[in-house]
Design a binder for this molecule. Structure first.
Ligand code: UDP
Length: 380
């Protein structure tokens, strides 16, 4: 059991990749630590179910309105940040450090440090690139990190490189990958029949799954365009629009309704039984149109022993060696994705070899004990 006393601070309480990662580290330190959420949501229940102490310091709407793409904070939201920071600073007196798990959480933690709170570690799960984060947003985040963070933990080297390119100090960085419990996957039977029957997918059809929130940069549209060229392929879309991307969801529904895809796209919404659903697929696609900070779903596909096809960019090449542990293709290219799918479905022997190597590597490299050891060193 870990001894350091950590006050974990998270602004969001939805279950995105960053929050799922937080669950593992907060669990490892559960005897000495606590989580503070700045919004209420499903993450609270998941933490409680794991026996982790959690408290919600709810922030007002003014903070929710500050978008990472603009970064412009109203005077009201600055006052709100200050109010939350004072509370976090006060609480942190009983802890050795504050671990901030997302950008808004980090801004609050940095101000808390300024107000005399415990040392701050920022766990950065995002690639700070211009297409997602405004210049102002990056400037504020990186300047606060350089001044107030004792460490910046990044989920991949690619995330670290983007931090430095935005002006962040190299010496602050430590890479800690996400961890996964392979036994959850190992315990599942390799039985694909039930879900396929429920969805009405004939036995002789291939099923390719995508497990991501519905968002343009996650690229579900690329998968649908690729599948429209392959009449034997059915698509399983798992995930929801976690951050209000209603327009994009509408666009996807329109593509799926086209004659060439009719009856072949299956929507499951947000699910918490990802390993079992992956086992029901023949392959997993990861189609991000912009560099992916890490790509949890790729490791999950590897542990489920399903071939993964992912787009090049960001952390994906730290998980997949092309042709050895999965396939890497350039982003935004439905034709290349369709070719990769055909390659996987036609050359079964090569695919099986790839799947076995990927499983053995992922099981060791991304095990919970291994990433917890990385985490412990990073915060030492
Ligand atoms: N996920 C989930 N339910 C869903 C869709 C996705 O639990 O319906 C999980 C998925 O298994 C993965 C995480 O959400 O662990 C997404 O992490 P990833 O790094 O792929 O992307 P992010 O959301 O962090 O950008």
């Amino acid at each position: 059991m870990k001894e350091k006393r950590i006050l974990f601070v998270s602004y969001t309480a939805v279950l995105g990749g960053g929050e799922l990662c937080l669950l593992d580290f907060a669990y490892a330190y559960r005897d000495t630590s606590q989580v503070v959420l700045l919004t209420d949501g499903i993450l609270k229940k998941r933490l409680e179910d794991l026996g982790i102490k959690v408290e919600v310091l709810e922030s007002s709407r003014s903070l929710a309105e500050v978008k990472v793409s603009s970064g412009l904070a109203s005077l009201k939201s600055i006052g709100e940040l200050w109010r939350l920071a004072r509370q976090v600073a006060q609480k942190s007196k009983d802890f050795d450090l504050i671990h901030a798990n997302n950008q808004k959480g980090f801004v609050v933690a940095a101000i808390a440090r300024l107000l005399g709170g415990a040392p701050v570690v920022w766990h950065l799960h995002d690639i700070l690139t211009a297409n997602i984060f405004s210049k102002l947003n990056r400037l504020v985040a990186v300047t606060l990190a350089n001044w107030f963070a004792t460490r910046v933990i990044v989920n991949s080297q690619a995330t670290g490189e983007a931090f430095i390119a935005s002006g962040g100090k190299d010496r602050l960085l430590r890479t800690v990958h996400n961890g996964f419990d392979s036994e959850i996957f190992d315990r599942l039977k390799d039985n694909q029949a039930t879900l396929r029957e429920e969805l009405g997918i004939p036995r002789n059809r291939h099923l390719i799954g995508m497990f991501s929130r519905l968002s343009y940069w996650k690229g579900q549209h690329i998968l649908l365009e690729a599948a429209s060229q392959l009449p034997d392929v059915h698509v399983l879309l798992v995930g929801d629009a976690l951050f209000g991307e209603a327009e994009y969801t509408e666009k996807l529904k329109n593509i799926a309704a086209q004659e060439s895809l009719k009856g072949r796209v299956h929507w499951l919404g947000f699910r918490q039984d990802i390993p079992a659903l992956m086992k029901a697929c023949d392959a997993i696609a990861h189609c991000s149109t912009a560099p992916e900070p890490f790509g949890r779903v790729i490791v999950e596909a590897q542990l489920a022993k399903r071939p993964a096809i992912a787009t090049i960019g960001g952390g994906t090449s730290e998980i997949i060696t092309n042709g050895v542990t999965g396939l890497l293709i350039p982003p935004n290219d439905p034709q290349l994705l369709a070719d990769a799918m055909q390659q996987i479905f036609s050359d079964r022997e090569a695919t099986q070899r790839m799947v076995e190597v990927a499983y053995s590597q992922a099981k060791i490299k991304f095990s919970i004990p291994s990433v917890c050891a990385e985490f412990e060193m990073a915060i030492a």
